[in-house]
Design a protein around this ligand. Structure first.
Ligand code: ASP
Length: 323
C-alpha cells in the first residue's frame, strides 16, 4: 500500500454546526481525526494536524510551512502521496502556491467541504476518501497539485471557487476537470502539458490585488503608492483594458520599476494587447505592464509574490507569466 500523508489545516471540513444557533465554527478538537479509519483500506495513512484554521486566516506563512512539511515528508520519510484538507475560501490559493513551489512529482491533492462535519449531507468525508484514492493512484503523478471535491479532479492552476455554498463550487472555467472519481475508480481524461515551479525560501514582498471598474480613477493607486508595494496585480476589464484616469499613477508606478501584472476580471480567457485606445491593452503593454496567461487575480498575485523572490527583471517576469 502507498504511504500517504494526510495533513489537516482546518476549514469547514473540520468544523461543526451549532444545532441551536446554526453557527458553524471550529471545535476544540478536529472531528476529522476520528473519521480516518475508513481510509486505511486504501493506503497506509499518516495523519497530522498542521493548523486548525478557517481558510481566511491562512497566509503565505502557512503555505510555506505546508510546502516545507511536504518536502521533508518526501525526502526523509518515503511519503508517496499527500492529501491536504483546507477551508474552501482560499483553497485554490494554497493549492496554486504549492503547485508553484513543490518540485516533486508525487500526487499532492487538496480538498475541503462546503458543509461542516455534523451537517446533513456533509460532503467532507466523501471528498476526503476521494482525495486519498486519487493520491494513491499512479496516474495522479506528475500532474501538478490537484484539487479534488465532488467527484472531480481539477488542476490547482485552473480551478476556482465559483459558488458561495453549492457543493459543486469548484470549477475550472474554460478547461474543465482533468479527471473524475467514481465508485469503481479514478480516471484521468486530460494531462497538463507543462508546469512551472520555482525554488524559493521565503516570501518577502508585498503585492496587493486591485479590481478595475467603470469610471475608476487613480485614487486607489495613489494610496497604494504610499504603502511600499513591490508589485501589483490588477483585474482589468475584458481583454485587458483600464479606464484612462488610472493612467497617470500607473505610469508613476512603472517609472519606479514596480511590476504591474494585468489579468482579466472575466473568468474565461486571456488578457492580450488588442485595443489601441487610451487605456487599451496595446497601450498598457507598451507602457511595460505584464500580461498574464489566464490566471485569475488571486493566483496571479501569488505567482508574482513567488516570481519576485527569483527576479525583479520585468522581461523575465513577463516570460514567467506567458507560461
Ligand atoms: N469559510 C470556510 C473556510 O474557508 C469555508 C469552507 O471551508 O468551506 O474555512
Amino acid at each position: 500500500m502507498k504511504k500517504i500523508l494526510l495533513i489537516h489545516t482546518g476549514g469547514t471540513i473540520s468544523m461543526m454546526e451549532d444545532k441551536e444557533t446554526g453557527a458553524v465554527r471550529p471545535p476544540e478538537h478536529n472531528p476529522l481525526i476520528h473519521t480516518t479509519s475508513a481510509l486505511h483500506s486504501i493506503a497506509d495513512i499518516f495523519v497530522e494536524e498542521l493548523f486548525h484554521l478557517p481558510s481566511p486566516h491562512i497566509t503565505t506563512i502557512e503555505m510555506l510551512s505546508l510546502r516545507d512539511r511536504i518536502d521533508q515528508a518526501v525526502l526523509n520519510e518515503g511519503i508517496e502521496g499527500v492529501v491536504i484538507t483546507h477551508g474552501t475560501d482560499t483553497l485554490e490559493e494554497t493549492a496554486f502556491f504549492l503547485d508553484l513551489t513543490i518540485k516533486h512529482d508525487i500526487p499532492v491533492v487538496v480538498t475541503g467541504a462546503m458543509r461542516s462535519s455534523n451537517e446533513l449531507g456533509a460532503d467532507g468525508p466523501y471528498n476526503l476518501i476521494s482525495s486519498v484514492r486519487v493520491a494513491a493512484n499512479d496516474n495522479a503523478k506528475d500532474k501538478g497539485v490537484l484539487v479534488v471535491l465532488n467527484d472531480e479532479i481539477h488542476t490547482a492552476k485552473n480551478v476556482t471557487k465559483t459558488h458561495t455554498s453549492n457543493i459543486a463550487t469548484f470549477q475550472s472555467p474554460q478547461y474543465g476537470p482533468i479527471g473524475i472519481v467514481n465508485k469503481r475508480g479514478v480516471s484521468f481524461h486530460h494531462t497538463p502539458i507543462s508546469r512551472d515551479t520555482y525554488e524559493i525560501k521565503m516570501i518577502t514582498k508585498n503585492v496587493p490585488l486591485l479590481k478595475a471598474y467603470a469610471g475608476m480613477d487613480d485614487s486607489l493607486l495613489s494610496a497604494l503608492d504610499t504603502l511600499q508595494i513591490d508589485g501589483l496585480v490588477i483585474e482589468a476589464l475584458g481583454q485587458g483594458n483600464l479606464p484612462p484616469r488610472t493612467l497617470p499613477m500607473l505610469k508613476k508606478l512603472i517609472a519606479k520599476n514596480i511590476p504591474i501584472v494585468l489579468v482579466s476580471r472575466c473568468f474565461n480567457g486571456f488578457v492580450q494587447d488588442i485595443y489601441e485606445y487610451e487605456g487599451g491593452g496595446k497601450q498598457l503593454k507598451g507602457l511595460g505592464m505584464i500580461l498574464s496567461n489566464g490566471l485569475n487575480g488571486q493566483k496571479a498575485r501569488l505567482k508574482l509574490l513567488v516570481a519576485l523572490e527569483v527576479t525583479s527583471d520585468c522581461h523575465k517576469l513577463q516570460e514567467m507569466f506567458y507560461r
